[in-house]
Ligand binder design. Structure first.
Ligand code: S3P
Length: 175
C-alpha cells in the first residue's frame, strides 16, 4: 500500500458538483468496510444549518472557512487510525490551502464527469447555491478543471456507480 495512505488512511473524492462524489464514496467505503464521511453533511450537522443557509446568511467566504476547518477535523480523525472514504464538496479542492493539505495526507481522486451529464443530474438544484445561475455554473466548471487535475488520480465519473468504484479499486496505490 502507498506509504502516504498507510500514514493517513483517507481516500478523498473530488470533482465538480453532480459528478457523483457522495454516491461513489459511500459505495467504495461499503466495499472496503471503511468509514464514510460526506463533507457537506458534516458541515451541515456541525453548523446546524443547510449549505444553502450558510451561503445565504453568512456568505461564501465564511462557508469556505468552515469547509477548511472541517477538512482538518476529519483528517485528524482519519490519522488517529480510522480508514475513511471522504466525499469532498465541489469547491474544497479548489482552495489552495485545502489542496496543499490533501496533497500530503491520504490519496485524492478526481471523479471527472462531462458538463452535459452534470447538468442532467442537478438541473435546478435548490440545495446548491452555485448551480442557480446556468452561465456562471458552466464557467465555474471550466475554471476548476485545472485544480481538479492536481488530484493524485483521475477516474471517469460518467459511468455507473459500480464501474466508478471498480476503477478506483484498480488504481495502483492500494498495492
Ligand atoms: C460547492 C459544492 C457543493 C457544496 C457547496 C459548494 C462548490 O458540494 O459544498 O454548495 O463550490 O462546488 P457538492 O459538490 O457535493 O454538490
Amino acid at each position: 500500500m502507498d506509504t502516504s495512505l498507510k500514514r493517513s488512511p483517507g481516500v478523498y473524492l473530488t470533482g465538480f458538483m453532480g459528478s457523483g462524489k457522495s454516491t461513489v464514496a459511500r459505495a467504495l467505503a461499503d466495499r472496503l468496510g471503511w468509514s464514510f464521511v460526506d463533507l457537506d453533511a458534516e458541515i451541515e450537522s456541525a453548523e446546524n444549518a443547510t449549505i444553502a443557509e450558510i451561503f445565504e446568511l453568512r456568505g461564501e467566504p465564511e462557508f469556505r472557512r468552515i469547509e477548511t476547518e472541517t477538512i482538518r477535523r476529519v483528517m485528524r480523525t482519519v490519522e488517529r487510525g480510522m480508514p475513511t472514504v471522504i466525499a469532498l464538496g465541489g469547491g474544497s479542492f479548489v482552495q489552495p490551502a485545502n489542496a496543499a493539505l490533501l496533497a500530503t495526507h491520504g490519496i485524492s481522486i478526481w471523479l471527472d464527469c462531462p458538463f452535459e451529464i452534470i447538468t442532467q443530474r442537478i438541473i435546478e438544484s435548490e440545495s446548491r447555491p452555485l448551480a442557480r445561475d446556468p452561465e456562471g455554473f458552466r464557467k465555474l466548471y471550466e475554471e476548476r478543471q485545472a485544480a481538479y487535475s492536481r488530484a493524485h488520480y483521475r477516474v471517469d465519473g460518467a459511468c455507473e456507480v459500480d464501474q466508478a468504484v471498480q476503477s478506483i479499486l484498480d488504481l495502483p496505490f492500494w498495492k
